[in-house]
Design a protein around this ligand. Structure first.
Ligand SMILES: O=C(CO)COP(=O)(O)O
Length: 256
């Protein structure tokens, strides 16, 4: 379960939020061995989160929201994979729809970022998903698989087995409009089948597929019931510790 904070919470708020989250998940009922909990704060929070997680030995992992395709040099404003890995990041979100939309990120660029992340020892969370027009035209599976193919280009089967793909239909992000569990399953299953066709059973079985888009504690139970949904990438609800704590305990939530 990964919480993408987007451009919210400064480093002081980050520390309070992660402390509260750790406390919320600290009772015996929660098994970090079964549910991996990840926060994805803004870059400016990462050092503080690292210090807290290391100092208190929290079982919470963290990642970054983006990474540069360049290793170093005259790229003002960019952050390299090596810098993120030095900060203890386990994950890097690449190709989020907000970056594809507002920064014109192509599958080729997303693919390069995914390779940089993996090369630096972090797991990319590769985001794919269609907009409303594509969904209305019934092209959502084909569209998403094209993004997937481009974004995963050049990875070996062994590498793909260790990756995370997040299916986030753009029309369901921040809108309160949740894809139904069946909508999520349809595309997540198609993603796994495409990986199986290209890389075989090992890669398809190892790949973790997240659903993202207006996930809340109240609807997570039904989404997580689906065979090809392994977890969620949560935006707005991850800023509220009670909500995100509930999402991380999806096994206790009603299946709607
Ligand atoms: O974009 C998302 C996570 O990356 C989803 O955002 P919301 O959960 O706010 O819809």
């Amino acid at each position: 379960m990964a919480g993408n904070w987007k451009m919210n919470l400064n480093h002081q708020e980050a520390v309070v939020t992660v402390q509260k989250l750790a406390w919320t998940l600290s009772d015996k009922r929660h098994d970090f061995g079964k549910v991996e909990v990840v926060v994805v704060p803004p870059f400016t929070d990462l050092r503080s989160v690292q210090t807290l997680v290391d100092g208190d030995r929290l079982s919470i992992r963290y990642g970054a929201q983006d990474v540069s395709v360049h290793d170093n040099g005259a790229y003002t404003g960019e952050i390299s994979a090596a810098m993120l890995s030095k900060l203890g990041c386990s994950y890097v979100v690449v190709g989020h729809s907000e970056r594809r939309m507002y920064h014109n990120e192509s599958d080729e660029l997303v693919n390069a970022k995914a390779h940089k992340s993996l090369h630096a020892g972090m797991t990319p969370i590769v985001c794919v998903g269609e907009g409303l027009d594509v969904r209305k035209a019934g092209e959502h599976v084909a569209f998403t698989l094209t993004q997937l193919d481009g974004s995963l280009d050049g990875f070996t089967a062994e590498q793909v087995a260790g990756l995370v793909v997040a299916y986030e239909p753009v029309w369901a992000i921040g809108t309160g409009e949740v894809a139904t569990p069946d909508d999520a399953q349809e595309v997540c299953a198609a993603i796994r089948e495409r990986v199986r066709a290209v890389h075989g059973d090992g890669a398809a079985g190892g790949l973790r597929i997240l659903y993202g888009g207006s996930v809340k504690a109240a609807n997570v139970g039904g989404i997580m019931e689906k065979a090809d949904v392994d977890g969620c990438l949560v935006g707005g609800a991850s800023l509220q510790v009670d909500e995100f704590g509930g999402i991380c305990r999806f096994y206790d939530m009603p299946v709607l």
